[in-house]
Design a protein around this ligand. Structure first.
Ligand code: PMP
Length: 469
């Protein structure tokens, strides 16, 4: 009964779905399949909960799309946005002008970032941030008189956005197959996925092996042609791939050895997701550039950007002249006002520390409990991201579990039940993942985990009745 709450406003769901499928082309969606089902219409959010147009309450295990870190319904953010819109809704920062929220936000971000950062370039999204990174690192080597350093090394199964450069940096074969990608000068190495590639090794030994793939690629390309390496501290859309503790420090050592720029894509990990302000702090490396978006405004208004370390900033600012790059919405005053208020919330409510010391460990305990379910091979978490693998046969270790055949799409079956039972979890193949708002309390984590357990039970029934076990 608690899944239904009184409707504040009445919606004609069917009519909205028909209009939706008639006119709205959704991102990453098979429209023929969506037309038959009809999209779920989300109408309201409060805290960690959403409501759909039929009045169902849903616990949002994905923070929207990894972004609503401060939770829904923060009136102080809407008020900050309203005030800024009344004062100055827009002005550009191209022609020797600036605006108050953008200046304050740049200073605030530099204060929150690790000590090597001094400047910020603003964009409208994470994809634009990574496009900026590609142009910026190539420009950097240009300024330093090494224009042949063009190649950027990334990883298979990485996600860095959907623009031409973002999708090229990303390592998703389905994306490369459409639109003539990747662009020239992007190379991909294996991801530090212990489950997939670490059999027979300790996790820490595997971390060194996986980092070693970077050195092999640098030597194959030629060190004097490599501009940078980019990676997400914890890969998000690829299925919450948490690297062994040895991985990033070794990547750092290799980049230093060949004088290669190191870039952290913190679009997901930034702003507290892992229990530190930036994921690189937890993973033990010092990037030259950080791309960010999502959690900087908790998604209330679109905003992204690149934090620029002193090494790159010095070249760009002191020796570079014009950097011929920028967006109409670089430093948008309304987006920056939203970000300032969002960061104030994260600081004043000590949400990052809370993730590190309280809710993150509680989420880990909840996922360890879910790992005892007969359908779950293993589970892991890091701060407020977690994942579990659905398997046909449980084994004594993660490498001894027997997976389902991919084509059965057991993950999608499970995700279907999540929708029915009012919890949002994402399926990446047969890996089920969550990244809840940082405000989620212990009690709400327990409630989410209970709903997930019920979904696992329903999925197990399906799998049995279809004879897949
Ligand atoms: N980088 C990472 C790590 C991401 O997860 C995403 C979005 N999921 C992006 C970049 C792209 O950000 P946007 O969708 O804002 O362009």
């Amino acid at each position: 009964a608690s899944l239904r709450t009184p409707k504040v406003e009445t919606f004609d769901t069917r009519a909205l779905q028909q209009l939706d499928s008639a006119h709205f082309l959704h991102p990453f969606t098979d429209h023929a399949a969506l037309r038959d089902k009809g999209a779920r219409v989300i109408v309201r959010g409060q805290g960690v909960y959403l409501w759909d147009s039929d009045g169902h309450q849903i616990i949002d295990g994905m923070s929207g799309l990894w972004c609503v870190n401060a939770g829904y319904g923060r009136t102080s953010i809407s008020e900050a946005v309203y005030r800024q819109m009344e004062t100055l809704p827009f002005y550009n920062s191209f022609f020797n002008t600036t605006n108050v929220p953008a200046v304050r936000l740049a200073a605030e971000l530099v204060a929150l970032a690790p000590p090597q950062f001094s400047h910020v370039f603003f964009t409208g999204s994470g994809s634009e941030a990574n496009d900026t990174v590609v142009r910026m690192v190539r420009r950097y080597w240009d300024i330093l008189g090494q224009p042949e350093r063009q190649v950027i090394i990334s990883r298979r199964n990485a996600y860095h956005g959907s623009t031409m450069a973002g999708a090229s940096l990303g390592g998703m074969p389905g994306m490369h197959a459409q639109g003539g990608l990747p662009i020239p000068g992007i190379r991909h190495i294996g991801q530090p996925n212990y489950l997939e590639a670490g059999q027979g090794m300790s996790e820490n030994a595997f971390g060194l092996v996986a980092a070693g793939w970077l050195e092999e690629e640098i030597l194959a390309v030629g060190p004097d042609k490599v501009a940078a390496f980019i990676g997400e501290p914890v890969q998000g859309a690829g299925g919450v791939v948490i690297p062994p503790a040895t991985y990033w420090p070794e990547v750092q050592r290799i980049c230093d050895k060949y004088d290669i720029l190191l870039i952290a894509d913190e679009v997901i990990c930034g702003f507290g997701r892992l229990g530190t302000w930036f994921g690189c702090e937890l993973m033990g490396f010092k990037p030259d550039l950080i791309s960010f978006a999502k959690g900087v405004t908790s998604g209330y208004v679109p905003l992204g950007g690149v934090l620029i370390g002193k090494r790159v900033a010095h070249a760009l600012l002191e020796k570079g002249g014009d950097f011929n790059h920028g967006f109409t919405y670089s430093g948008h005053p309304v987006a920056c006002a939203a970000a300032l208020e969002n960061l104030r919330i994260l600081v004043d409510e000590r949400l990052v520390e809370k993730v590190a010391l309280d809710t993150g460990p509680h989420l880990k305990a909840a996922f360890n409990e879910l790992a005892t379910h007969p359908l779950v091979g293993h589970a892991e978490s890091c701060g407020m991201v977690a994942g579990l693998n659905l398997v046909r046969v449980k084994g004594a270790s993660m490498h001894e579990c027997v997976p389902f055949e991919r084509a059965l799409q057991v993950g999608m079956l499970c995700r279907g039940h999540m929708f029915e039972l009012g919890v949002i979890m994402r399926a990446v193949g047969d890996r089920m993942i969550v990244a809840p708002p940082l405000v989620m309390t212990r009690a709400e984590i327990d409630e989410m985990a209970a709903r997930i357990w019920d979904c696992l039970d329903l999925t197990l029934e399906d799998v049995r009745s279809r004879g897949w076990l």
